[in-house]
Each structure stands twice: as C-alpha cells, then as structure tokens.
Design a protein around this ligand. Structure first.
Ligand code: PHE
Length: 464
C-alpha cells in the first residue's frame, strides 16, 4: 500500500495568514467577470430570472465546490496537477484523476488568452478617461469611441501585450512578493469607488428601473441557453473548476477555517457583481441605452456617466485603473496552476516558466484581438474565435472540471482527511457533502442536457 507523504508546506511558499488568502482568492474571483461580464450577460439574458438563477448556482453549486477546491489544494500542497495525482495515490484511486488537473490548467490558459485582450481595453480606457475624451460626450460619441477601438487590431495588440507582460512579471516574482501588497491597497479602493458610483447611480433617477431589471423575476424570460450561461458564469466569477483556487489553497496556512473563508470570498464576489450591475443599468436606463448591448456595455455606459459628472475625468480614470487591477489579480491566478506545475515537475525556473506560458497565451490571444475586426466574419456556429473560447471554457470546461472536483471530494477521497481539513460542525459537514455529492453534479448535468437537447424535458420545452 503506497501512501504519498503529504507535504506540510508548499515549495512555492505559504500565505502569511488567512487574510492574505482571502485577499488573494478575492483578487482572483473579483475581476472582469464581475464588472464587465456579469452586467452584460444579465442584460442579454433578460435580467431578473437570470440573476436569481445565477445566485442559486453560486449558493448551491459554486460555494460547495470552492470549499472542495480549497480542501484539495491545502491537503495536496502542490500545483493542481500534482495535487490531483498525489491525492489519488493517497486515497488509492485510479491515476487518471490527474486529468482534472490537466484540463483545468488548459482552461486557465485559454481563458488567459482572451482575458488579457479585454483587460487591454480597460488599459486603453484609463488614458481615454484621463485625457477627457468623454467630457460631455453623448451616447453616440461614447459608442463610437468603443467601436473605433475594436476596429484597430494594432492598438488592441499593444494593450494586450502590455497586460500580458504585467501578469507575467508578477507570476515570475512569486505570488507573495509585490502582489499581496498591491491588492491590500487596491481591493479596498475598488470597493470605495464602487460605493461612490453606487451613490451616483442612486441620483440618476433610473435606479428603481435597474433594481427591477435585476431582481424582478419573470421566469418566462429565462431561456434554456441562459441557464447554462448563468451556471458557467457562477464558475467563472468564483474562479472555479480549473484549479486556480486549488493552487491558492495549497499556500493556505493549516490553521485557517476553510468554510468561513470561502463564504467571505464568495460574498464579496457577489456583492461586487450586484453593485456593478445596479450601477451600469441605472446609467443604461437613464441614458436610454439598450440593456442587451453585449460586451461593450461597460465601455460605453460608464464613460458616458463619468463624462457628465463632477470630477468624472479623475474618477473615471481611477475606475479603469481599478478594473485593470482587478483583472490583473485574476489573470495571475490563471497562470499560477500551470506555472507552478512547470516549476515542480520540470524543475525549470519560475521566471522562465512564466515567460514561456505568457508568450504562448499572448500568441493565441491574437485570435481574440482579430475576432473584433479582421476576423469578425470568420465564425463557426455564429461564434467568433473569442465567442468560441469564452463558450468552451466558461460553459463547458469549468462546469465539467468543477463537477469532477465535487465528485472527487464528495465520493472518492478519504472522508477522514476531508473532515480533518474542514473541521465543520456535523450539520455543516453533512450539508456540504450533500451539495457536492448530489446537488452540484446533478444540477450541472441537468443544465447541460437541457441546453444540448432542448426538448429533453418536455415540460421545460415552452421556455425556449
Ligand atoms: N474570476 C475571474 C473574474 O471574474 C476570472 C477567473 C476565472 C480568474 C477563472 C481565475 C480563474 O474575472
């Protein structure tokens, strides 16, 4: 009987305390997904019912899986790929469980390729805001600025390159140096600014409409495809299913309570998404814009608002600085699993591993850059390269990875080890186990079936 000896500490280091983990995991979770993606997909999918469905996915599927990822990471103390291998050995399971780690690393890599391009838009907007481009702009002008940016592949490539370099620099230095210091200041600033903007949105006169749009539930508006998008986004926004949280869990001190920590991270993530949604839709409705605007939503409505508010030039610039930082702290967590694996397994230097992966991701990212201009007509099933990557990762790979992690933690891994890591009360443990064993896998499978074969459940047929 071969039992892998589990390391007490990771070779990559340990967070100084539980709060550094909270900060880093929140930094990973809060990103473009919350501020850019959530409002626009809520807009495209009709609001209310979509949002409630999304919140259910967070509570019943996302949070239990996040707990599972942290448990696996903290017990395995390695990169997700090696953690899965070691844990499978320890519980005497089939070695093919390592595939979960591999698929996650690949998903993280693919997300990084387009994440960097979108974060590049945000970089561009820092300068646009600072130079007063949007002062007293009309909604047509704001729309035109954005369309022109997307039509310019060279500009997009330059910003994509700069963002990728930023992500690589931090990962090359190791997560503890620099980054945790930076986000300790920046994350609170992001919250303060969101609250200021929230105050502003209350004064637009359209706050009530925005609230109703996000929370008035009318299930006839929720299409089947919307359910899969809500589910996928629950994984994307909490950084689940690809090992990012597992990698960070590996650096978590033994004494920290996992359950409470995860609730804080998920709560903050949800708060940011809802605030961003309320702010953006107040502005959308106050300015007579379309809720279903698509990916340009944040880049058109917010500059418009800043351009017409006191100190807007400065606050607008600051806002995009913070969006960039939020994206930055997420991007590094996309790189960490695969870089940590290269360092552990091939014994190459962290610096070299980071540059190698960053360069590859940069190159594939050009496909996303061109999706918005020269390749915008090159579509398969009506999807550009960017749409494809987004769909494949968020809606397929992350839910699949997440469910495999749930099954591993819920059914396969030695229960005593989990109990020991989790230290939950009997009730909480049973609740968590029921969620990862049954609710998460069944929920994901049902939503998949529903989307792939829309007439599988005849009573739901009407919805489409
Ligand atoms: N959670 C991040 C966001 O919402 C994106 C992300 C996904 C980061 C997966 C890491 C892993 O923007």
């Amino acid at each position: 009987m071969s039992k892998a000896a589990m390391a007490i500490e990771s070779v990559h280091g340990t967070w100084r305390n539980r709060w550094t983990f909270v900060l880093a995991a929140t930094g990973s979770a809060v990103g473009l997904g919350n501020i850019w993606k959530f409002p626009y997909i809520a807009g495209e999918n009709g609001g209310g019912a979509f949002v409630i469905f999304y919140l259910l996915c967070i509570a019943l599927i996302g949070i239990p899986i996040m707990v599972a990822e942290v448990v696996l990471g903290r017990h395995g103390r390695h990169s997700p790929i090696n953690t899965m291998r070691l844990l499978a050995q320890e519980s005497e399971l089939h070695p093919s469980w390592v595939i979960v780690g591999w698929m996650g690393a690949l998903a993280g890599f693919l997300i990084l390729t387009f994440y960097s391009v979108i974060a590049g838009w945000s970089l561009d907007y820092i300068f646009k805001m600072a130079s007063g481009t949007f002062s007293h702009a009309t909604s047509e002008q704001a729309g035109k600025e954005f369309t022109e940016l997307l039509a310019n592949p060279l500009k997009l490539t330059i910003w994509h390159t700069i963002f990728m370099v930023l992500a690589v620099v931090v990962i090359a230095r190791g997560v503890n140096k620099g980054l945790s210091k930076a986000i300790r200041i920046l994350m609170p600033m992001l919250f303060v600014l969101l609250f200021i903007l929230f105050g502003f949105s209350l004064s637009t006169g359209a706050f009530g409409q925005a609230w109703d749009f996000l929370f008035a539930v009318d299930f006839s508006k929720l299409k089947l495809g919307g359910m899969l998008i809500a589910l996928g986004h629950a994984f994307f926004t909490l950084s689940l299913g690809l090992g990012a949280i597992m990698a960070y869990g590996a650096y978590m001190p033994k004494s920290a309570s996992i359950g409470r920590t995860v609730l804080i991270v998920a709560g903050l993530d949800t708060l940011v998404a809802i605030l961003a949604g309320l702010i953006i839709f107040s502005l959308v409705f106050a300015n007579g814009l379309e809720a279903a605007e698509g990916p340009g939503l944040m880049f058109v409505t917010l500059p418009l608002a800043f351009g017409n508010m006191v100190m807007g030039q400065f606050l607008g610039m600051l806002f995009f600085v913070l969006v960039t930082f939020a994206a930055w702290s997420s991007a590094i967590s996309l790189l960490e699993p695969i870089v940590a694996w290269l360092v552990e397994s091939l014994k190459i230097r962290r610096m070299f591993a980071s540059i190698l992966i960053g360069a590859l991701a940069w190159f594939i990212g050009l496909g996303t850059v061109f999706s918005f201009n020269i390749w915008s007509d090159m579509t398969i099933w009506d999807k550009t390269v960017f749409d494809m990557l987004d769909f494949l990762t968020a809606n397929i790979m992350l839910p699949l990875g997440g469910v495999l992690i749930a099954i591993f933690a819920g059914w396969k891994m030695n229960e005593n080890i989990i109990k020991h890591e989790l230290k939950l009360s009997r009730f909480s443990f049973k609740l968590w186990r029921a969620l990862v064993r049954v609710v998460a896998p069944v929920g994901v499978v049902l939503i998949f079936i529903n989307t792939m074969w829309p007439d599988f459940f005849p009573w739901l047929f009407e919805l489409n």
